[in-house]
Ligand binder design. Structure first.
Ligand SMILES: Cc1cc2nc3c(=O)[nH]c(=O)nc-3n(C[C@H](O)[C@H](O)[C@H](O)COP(=O)(O)O)c2cc1C
Length: 187
């Protein structure tokens, strides 16, 4: 059984976090622990037509971002790491600075200090030097910065295919292979 923390912050591409939860729900050997930022919760209805309540139903466990006493706030609660999808530049900056200013950034701080895999689907374009420096900082601290860039070699036909492919790539970091994930096999 794997235990994955899923963080959803308020960048464009909230659909990626939702889709990640949907895909993981179908994997009986993966337990999901969801934390969303207040900004993500506010954006959900207008961007995705979904309420936070509906997104929370997709996860095994959910946490209030203000609850910094939750299980995932402590390194003694063992997990296999965390995926933040999408990861806004604000959340990236808070993680890079070790702010722990809400439960999402605290959970990331814990994963980093415990040397657990922390994958950030950083979403912004174009990037400023500030963003790039924050990406450098978190990479130096052991995170995997995995921006959701477009993928064509996988044969993706739709935006959904591209999202599934990037999420499949993110999950490979945890030795989880999504059914239907198309790796490049060479010619
Ligand atoms: C429609 C919309 C799209 C946004 N897209 C992005 C984005 O792609 N990347 C980003 O860093 N911020 C984006 N923002 C700004 C964030 O929502 C804002 O910086 C917020 O403070 C992030 O807070 P959080 O990281 O605590 O969720 C967007 C805001 C809106 C309203």
């Amino acid at each position: 059984m794997k235990k994955l923390i899923v963080g959803i912050s308020g960048a464009d591409g909230l659909q990626m976090g939702i889709r990640l939860l949907e895909l993981l729900r179908d994997l009986p050997h993966v337990e999901t622990h969801l934390v969303t930022t207040p900004n993500a919760a506010r954006m959900l209805p207008c961007v995705c037509g979904m309420e936070l309540r509906q997104v929370r139903e997709l996860a095994d466990y959910c946490y209030d971002p203000r609850n910094t006493e939750a299980a995932i706030a402590s390194g003694s609660f063992q997990t296999d790491g965390m995926i933040v999808a999408p990861c806004s530049m604000r959340t990236l900056a808070a993680i890079a600075a070790g702010l722990s200013d809400n439960l999402l950034t605290r959970a990331a701080d814990v994963c980093i200090k415990e040397r657990r895999k922390t994958v950030l689907l950083t979403r912004e374009t174009p990037l400023s030097l500030i963003h790039i420096r924050n990406m450098e900082s978190v990479t130096a601290a052991g995170c995997v910065v995995l921006p959701p860039v477009l993928t064509f070699y996988s044969g993706a036909q739709t935006a959904r295919d591209m999202v599934d492919h990037i999420l499949g790539k993110a999950l490979l970091q945890y030795d989880i292979t999504l059914p239907g994930f198309r790796a490049w096999e060479g010619k």
